[in-house]
Write a protein that binds this ligand. Structure first.
Ligand code: ATP
Ligand code: MG
Length: 370
């Protein structure tokens, strides 16, 4: 092996065995590799750029019932943070350039340009050259998610982790918050650090407030940043279902069972009255059926169906983004393509082929064996 990615391979792993699972991609003429599925304990999204290893962001468990899950997961102080609903981005500085990696380890041309523009991270990386910033890219104008936050006009980047890029070791919560403040980096909201027993009530209060504001949920973390637990609001379960059933044959099946069970356990933990459960049931049903009906009508009317996003940026960044998606095999339908001063603003739909094709098939009299 010509390169030194030593930290990736433990004694039991054959380097060639692991490397063969990495896919090769290109960014600005440079070759890099990334791992799209977890292998040999190495996180999905781990990337290799030249000699540099950028570890993936680990996936975290979810609590269905807060009280016992907090008790079982933590034996010391628990930090509570807001869980933002956007997409996971890791930012590293490699050979002087900021690179932004998405969850599965692609260097996204759009996200890279956005973080260059949004972040003033040079001093941070001068002082911490071997670290990466892990954060959520959120806001109404981005190519992956569409959750609106009233405080964000276009996009924002909020740090929820600082990790050693090669080992993946997290910085402790207090130190990370301090680093964000020192270097002027936006951070996810931190609601305080509590003893495990007190964390239950604190998390419940936050969940009520976030739910009322249509926000996603909380992440609880041990103070060393190593252990994390997520828990989400009813509002986001419904929003996920609405999204999934806008594209029922692409996402419906995967989403429905998990979200219904999150709602069921939440209703039980909260000791809800029959009337409250009825209300939950009605809203849940609406979140499923209404978007599916609208989508079938749209296909019937010949309209494109899929996830629609608007992005703005310099013309080169936007054309790089559209090519990057097309290279990944996505079929795009451009709805609007305008210029706003120096910027190109494009609204496009990632065409949901299964939903379009299956819906057309049934509308045309196709039958199903079930
Ligand atoms: P995975 O856990 O594998 O990422 P997923 O895509 O279903 O699965 P989510 O359910 O969104 O992920 O939960 C984990 C993600 O939440 C993180 O990867 C991160 O992008 C996001 N996130 C938002 N806010 C925070 C936060 N405060 N701390 C950690 N992660 C956060
Ligand atoms: Mg998420």
């Amino acid at each position: 092996m010509s390169r030194d990615w030593g930290s990736l391979f433990d004694v039991d792993t054959d380097p060639e065995d692991l490397l063969e699972h990495f896919d090769t991609e290109w960014f600005r003429g440079q070759r890099y590799r990334h791992l799209s599925d977890e292998r040999h304990g190495i996180e999905r999204g781990t990337a290799l750029v030249g000699d540099v290893v950028v570890r993936g962001y680990p996936s975290m468990p979810r609590a269905l019932v807060l009280e016992p899950a907090i008790r079982e997961t933590f034996d010391g102080p628990v930090a509570i943070e807001e869980k933002l609903n956007g997409y996971n981005v890791r930012v590293a500085r490699i050979d002087g350039d900021l690179l932004a990696f998405t969850r599965s380890g692609f260097v996204c041309p759009y996200t890279t340009r956005k973080v260059e523009a949004l972040l003033d991270a040079e001093t941070f990386f001068d002082d911490h050259p071997e670290h990466m910033l892990c954060g959520e890219l959120v806001g109404p104008e981005n190519p992956y998610t569409d959750h609106d936050y009233s405080e964000i006009e276009e996009v924002g980047f909020y740090v929820f982790g600082i990790r050693h890029r090669e080992s993946g070791t997290p910085m402790g919560v207090e130190r990370r918050l301090d680093r964000c403040a020192t270097y002027g980096l936006d951070s996810v909201d931190h609601y305080g650090t509590f003893a495990p027993a007190a964390a239950v009530d604190a998390a419940r209060e936050r969940i009520d407030d976030l739910n009322a504001r249509g926000r996603e949920g909380v992440v609880l973390k041990s103070t060393d940043g190593e252990t994390a637990l997520k828990y989400t609001t009813s509002a986001i379960h419904r929003a996920d279902l609405e999204h999934a059933f806008e594209l029922p044959f692409d996402y419906g099946r995967d989403f429905v069972f998990t979200r219904v069970m999150r709602e069921a356990f939440q209703a039980v933990e909260r000791g809800e009255s029959p009337a409250a459960v009825d209300e939950r049931a009605r809203e849940l049903g609406e979140a499923i059926l209404q978007p599916a009906v609208e989508t079938i009508r749209a296909v019937d009317a010949g309209e494109p169906v899929g996830e629609t996003h608007t992005v703005r940026g310099d013309p080169k960044t936007i054309s790089d983004l559209l090519s990057y998606f097309r290279d990944q095999g996505l079929e795009l339908h451009v709805e609007r393509d305008e210029t706003d001063g120096e910027q190109r603003v494009v609204t496009f739909t990632k065409v949901a082929q299964s939903t379009r094709d299956k819906t057309r098939y049934y509308l045309g009299g196709g039958t199903i064996d079930e």
